[in-house]
Design a binder for this molecule. Structure first.
Ligand SMILES: C[S@@+](CC[C@H](N)C(=O)[O-])C[C@H]1O[C@@H](n2cnc3c(N)ncnc32)[C@H](O)[C@@H]1O
Ligand SMILES: Nc1nc2[nH]cc(C(=O)O)c2c(=O)[nH]1
Ligand code: SF4
Ligand SMILES: [Mg+2]
Length: 224
């Protein structure tokens, strides 16, 4: 089994409630959405910064398995992208020899059913301003959070990436709709901005859930 992987690297988790932990990152190639703020670009070959090598894509399962098994002193392996759930079968074929951390846009419920084994789910809740066909995206997001909900064995939290201007009531109502499936909400400003209503939104979400404002720390530190 093979997958198209853009890069593999060690870094600190720069986002969300595990910010600061050391992780092995596996960044899959490509996405099913096209968020206007997306900061991700893709390598055609697999650039493996952890081993200082470049591999032709697609890479084999056991190449990735070996890197995971050989990784040391990490909190978890972060599967990201692009959209990692596009590669759900590949990820499900890996042996979970470390804790697995999923970074997902939460819009592929059929794929989400294949990866219930994740220890941490860092899911997004996209705002209308970020995507086309918001209503369909949101419907699929609710399904994904029900499938990969927070449990005793899984930590699931929701990241809301906020542009300078967003529909306050709509974001609040959308958060309310998934509040029972997540441990908390993280309000993450689009990098380099800070919308005037983010503090107000945090106050409003705190009525029904834990809510934290955490920027992309790795970008301020200048790490990958
Ligand atoms: C690159 S995405 C990959 C995972 C998945 N496709 C998703 O969107 O959740 C990882 C995280 O970075 C966030 N992100 C991407 N570009 C950003 C930007 N310019 N400012 C703030 N967050 C950003 C995404 O919203 C998501 O939470
Ligand atoms: N350091 C670091 N932390 C991250 N957290 C989420 C990331 C992502 O692009 O998925 C990311 C990333 O690209 N780098
Ligand atoms: S879903 Fe994630 S990877 Fe895809 S475009 Fe949006 S931010 Fe980028
Ligand atoms: Mg990133």
């Amino acid at each position: 089994m093979k997958a198209k992987i853009s890069e593999i690297f060690y870094s600190i988790q720069g986002e969300g409630i595990f910010c600061g932990v050391r992780q092995l990152f596996i960044r899959f190639y490509g996405c099913n959405l096209n968020c206007y703020y997306c900061d991700t670009t893709y390598n055609e070959d697999c650039v493996n910064y952890a081993y200082n090598e470049v591999r032709k894509n697609p890479v084999e399962l056991d190449y990735v398995q070996r890197i995971i098994d050989e990784s040391e002193r990490i909190h978890s392996v972060s599967f990201t992208g692009g959209e990692p759930l596009l590669y759900a079968d590949f990820i499900a074929s890996l042996k979970k020899t470390k804790k697995f951390y999923l970074e997902s846009n939460m819009t592929l419920p059929e794929k989400a059913k294949k990866v219930r084994f994740f220890d941490v789910v860092a899911g997004d809740l996209k705002v209308r301003e970020a995507v086309e066909n918001y209503d369909e995206v949101f419907e699929r997001t609710v399904k994904c959070y029900k499938i990969l909900r927070d449990t005793r064995k899984r930590v699931t939290f929701c990241k809301i990436v906020l542009p300078p201007k967003f529909n306050f009531e709509e974001v609040l109502n959308s958060a309310m709709e998934i509040k029972d499936y997540v441990r908390c909400f993280v309000l993450q400003p689009v990098f380099g901005t800070f919308g005037e209503n983010i503090l107000k939104l945090q106050e409003a979400i705190l009525e029904f859930s834990d809510a934290r404002i955490i920027p992309q720390v790795h970008k301020y530190l200048g790490v990958r």
